[in-house]
Ligand binder design. Sequence first.
Ligand SMILES: Cc1cc2nc3c(=O)[nH]c(=O)nc-3n(C[C@H](O)[C@H](O)[C@H](O)COP(=O)(O)OP(=O)(O)OC[C@H]3O[C@@H](n4cnc5c(N)ncnc54)[C@H](O)[C@@H]3O)c2cc1C
Length: 424
Amino acid sequence: MSETSQSTPVRLGAGGHWRNWVGNQSFVARHKGEPASEDELAAMVAQAARANLPVRVAGSGHSFTPVVATSGLLLSLKAMQGVVGADLTRKRVTVRAGTRIGDIGRALKGMGLSLANQGDIDAQAIAGALSTGTHGTGITLGCLSTQAVGMRLVKADGDILDLDIDADPETMAAAQVAVGMLGVMSTVTLQVVDAYNLEEKQWRDDFEACMESHDQLAAGNRHFGFFWCPVPESRHLYCLPDLAAVSPTRREHDVCEMKVMNVTDAAPFANEATFERVAYSSEIYPIEYVPNFHELEYAIPVEHGKEALRQVRALMLTKHTNCIYPVEYRFVAGDSGMLSPYYRRASVTISVSGGPGVDYWSYLTDVDAILRPYGARPHWGKLHFNAREDMPALYPRYEAFQAIRRRLDPEDRFLNDHLRGLFG
Ligand SMILES: Cc1cc2nc3c(=O)[nH]c(=O)nc-3n(C[C@H](O)[C@H](O)[C@H](O)COP(=O)(O)OP(=O)(O)OC[C@H]3O[C@@H](n4cnc5c(N)ncnc54)[C@H](O)[C@@H]3O)c2cc1C
C-alpha cells in the first residue's frame, strides 16, 4: 500500500469542458487533473475523496458512450506514458496506464516482442482500451484485456492496490474489464509474445460467398474479419480501399470487404496492386478512420453469427435503406473477465453505425432488437441499449463484480450517471 496518498494534500486544478474524439459526448468537469506520477495521481484521488467529488478518467476519448463523463474530478494520464519495466524471460511488460497502444507496439518492436492481438486503431490509451474490453479479430484470440496480467490501481481513498493475476485471479478478473469503476489504473502489466510479422490479404466477395467461406476462413486464419457494405458508398464512409482489382465478384453492392492476416517469416513488403503486405505485427493492425460515425456493437455467440448478420443485412436492405455505414464483423475468443463481452463465450462482434447529425436511433434500436435474443453483450465503449435489469442475465459474474466494486469503492466515487444506470 502507498503511504503517500492520504497524507499529501494537493490543490485540484481548474475544471472545464471535455468532449470525446467523435464529439457525441461532452460535459463540464468541476476540476481537471493531469498527474505526472502515481503519487500525484493518488494525492488527487484522495483530495477528491476529501471534497466528496466523483472521479473519472479519460483515456484518448475514443469511446462513443458516456463512460468518461463526470461533474467532479476528471483525470487524464497523458503525462503518465511509457514503459516502466520488462521481464524478458516471462515476456511481461509494464507500462504507464496512459501509454497509447501504438507507442506500446513501437517499444515492443525494439525489444523483439509483440502484442498478441490488437484492434482497428492504436490511438487508445492502454487503460482506456482495457477498460472497455477492446478487441481485434481472430477466433483463437482474446480481447486486449486477456493480455493484462497485473496492474496498479489507485482506489477511491487514494491507496494503491497492486494486482497480479497469479496472486489474486479473482480481483484481476474483475479489473480486466471494469469501465473505470474499480479505481484509476496507474500502470498495467501485459503478457506479450515474441515479435512476429503479419501477412495481410484483402479482397472483396459477394455476401453469399462470404457466408459460405465464413467457417473455413475463421478456422484457417489467425485473423479473419470483414465489413459488409450494402452500397459502393459504404466503404468511403470507413475509408476502406477499393478492392475491385482483386475481387472475385463484379458486384459493388451487397459485398463483403474481406481481410485475413497470418504470421509469416517473410520480410516486410507491400504490393498495392494485390492488396498484400507483410510488416511487423503492430504496423499491420491499425486502419484509418475519420470521426464521421457513431457506432453500436454487440458480441453474440459465434454459432449465431451468420444468422444474426443475415437479419441485420435484411433490415438494412429493406427497412433502413438510408443506413449505409459498413457492418463490421469480427471474431473474439472467450475469456474470464467478469464484465467482458466475451465472458466464457467464443463470440462474433457485429457493429453498425449512424452518421453524426442524423436521427439513426430507430435503426440502432431495430438492430438491438435483432441481436438481443442472442444474448448480445454490449461493447462498453460503443452505443447500446442495456440497463441494470439486463446485467445479471448477460454477465453470470455480475454480482461477484459488484461485490468487488463495493469493497474497493464503497462510496461509488467512480460511478457516473451512465454507469449508475447499469451498476448502481
Ligand atoms: C475509430 C475507432 C476505432 C475503434 N476500433 C475499435 C476496435 O477495433 N476494437 C474495439 O474493441 N474497440 C474499438 N474502438 C472502441 C475503443 O477501443 C474503446 O472505446 C476504448 O475504450 C477507447 O479507449 P480510450 O483510451 O479512448 O478510452 P476512453 O474512451 O477515454 O475511456 C474508456 C474507459 O476507460 C476508462 N479509463 C481510461 N483510463 C483509465 C485509467 N487509467 N484507469 C481506469 N479507467 C480508465 C475511462 O474512464 C472510460 O470508462 C474504436 C473506437 C473508435 C473511435
